[in-house]
Each structure stands twice: as C-alpha cells, then as structure tokens.
Design a binder for this molecule. Structure first.
Ligand code: OGA
Ligand code: MN
Length: 275
C-alpha cells in the first residue's frame, strides 16, 4: 500500500489496496491515515453496494442519514444525487456531516456511481490545520467555549432546501435536531486539537444569541477554509473517498448544471466528542 499526501495539510491518496478485499492490518493503517489526513482517496475500486456495506461494517456501526433518499434495495446507502434539470446540489457549502447529533457520525464512505463529464469535485479542509493557524488571541477566546448545532433550518418545511429544487427529493422535514459540542475538540484517536464549528449547522455559542455569536463564528469560519488547509478530490469512475467528519469539513462543487451526478454514501457511526 502506498500513501501519497494530496496537499500539505489535508488529504491522502492510497494506492495498492482493494477495499473490497482488505486485510485487517491494511484496514488499521487506512483508519489511522484517515484520522490523521482527514480524507483518503482510493482509485479504480471494484466496489459493489454489498462491498460498500460490508466494508462500512468493519468500521463499526452505520448511521442512516435522516434526510437523503435511500437506495431501495440497500437502505444503509444514502443517495447523493443531482439531476440534469436541478440547480441545487447536496452539500454545496462548507459543512461537516451530522454535527447536529449528540454523537456525530465519525465519517462517510462516498462512492462515485455516475459522474458529470467535468466538474463535481469535492473540497476538503483540515480542522487541525485550521485550529493551528488561529492567532493566540483567538485560541484564548474560544478556549472552553461550547456551541449549539442543529439541522432544522436546513431541512425543515420552509427551510433552506425546501426553498430549492432539491426540496422535493429529501425526507425528514418534521424532525427536530440539536446538540451542543465544544468549539475545540480533541480527536478521539490522534489527540489533535480540531476546530469543531461549521457554517451549515453551528448556530450560536452557549450563553450568546445568534446575533452575538456571528462575529466570532465568521472569524473562525474564514480561518478554517484558508486555501492552504484544503485539498480537492477529483472524482473518476471507481473512485471511493472516505473522510473523517471531526478532522475535516467538505464542500461539494456545484459546477455541472445540465448533467447527472450520483454518489452513494454510507455514514459511519462516531463517538462522543470532548474538548
Ligand atoms: C455528503 C456530501 C459531497 C459530494 O455526501 O455528505 O456532502 O461531493 N457530498 O457529493
Ligand atoms: Mn456532506
């Protein structure tokens, strides 16, 4: 197995392994690389929906996404799809998945099933590098802070997606979500300090209103997505990417209007987060 970093701070490409037939030793190495680099990309994989599910189960539990359409025959698999006549995509802003859960998903295994001729890349940003890049004053300001996260404004009736042409494809409009997490968490496996607020689901700092929280939130969000914290995943047929939601945020480029894109996602269960 060969590991090649994709960018100085974020992402690793792993070759010389077939995910569908991977030894326990390679599995341990892959997990560690993802915890550390945030996202790993595997090319030319022969990876059926059954392989996808079996591989996910080797990590632990599967968290079924409450909102995306599910694959009919394999309800463990969520479908991340944009049709040629749709203008809105799923995940088209910086976010980390499921931060609105009290025990957020560890990460996802995303498989390219149908790609547009060009575009549809996914950007990732490393939250350890983001935290390290903050000034000492900013680090002191967020020490010990907690923040509230919810998905309700995104997915509810009349919410962000409901106002778009993606609204009709999504489920779960009546659900209520909400969780509080430290603004700086320690990665459960690497111990690295990571910034854990995001633009999609983080609403306010505890003890402050939304309006009072916004200036600091914007400062952190801007710092988090500096170019040098990022890497870009260019999908090809057979590409599988696995990311860690604690170590990274991601952003799905929406630059392929008029074309179809379909990805299969399995969301991996995580563990409680601590400062
Ligand atoms: C996701 C997501 C990114 C993409 O599946 O969580 O944000 O590129 N998708 O489709
Ligand atoms: Mn996402």
């Amino acid at each position: 197995m060969e590991l090649t970093p994709m960018a100085p701070q974020c992402g690793v490409e792993i070759s010389g392994v077939s995910l569908a037939n991977c030894s326990d030793a390679k599995m341990r190495e892959i997990k560690h690389a993802i915890y550390e680099h945030g996202v790993a990309v595997f090319r030319d994989q022969d990876f059926s929906p059954e392989d996808h599910i079996a591989f996910a189960k080797r990590w632990g539990g599967i968290d079924i996404n409450n909102y995306f359409p599910l694959e009919d025959e394999h309800p463990e698999i969520a479908i991340v799809r944009k049709k040629p006549d749709q203008k809105t995509n799923i995940g088209g802003a910086w976010h980390t998945d499921h931060s609105y859960d009290q025990i957020p998903a560890m990460g996802s295994i995303l498989v390219a099933r149908e790609l547009p001729p060009e575009g549809g890349d996914t950007l990732f940003a490393h939250m350890g590098a983001a935290y390290d890049s903050l000034s000492d004053e900013l680090k002191a300001e967020i020490e010990g802070l907690e923040a509230f996260h919810t998905a309700d404004h995104v997915y509810e009736e009349g919410g962000i997606y409901a106002q778009t042409d993606m609204g009709g494809d999504l489920r779960g409009q009546g659900l209520k979500t909400g969780a509080t997490h430290p603004v700086v968490i320690r990665h459960p496996h690497t111990g690295r300090r990571l910034l854990y607020v995001n633009g999609a689901f983080t609403i306010n700092f505890l003890g402050k209103t939304r309006a009072e929280s916004l200036p600091l939130l914007h400062k952190l969000l801007d710092a988090a997505v500096r170019d040098d914290n990022q890497c870009r995943v260019k999908w090809r047929p057979g590409t599988v990417a696995i990311w860690d939601n604690r170590t990274t945020w991601h952003n799905a480029m929406n630059d392929y209007h008029g074309h179809y894109r379909e990805m299969h996602r399995i969301t991996l269960s995580g563990e409680a987060l601590a400062a």
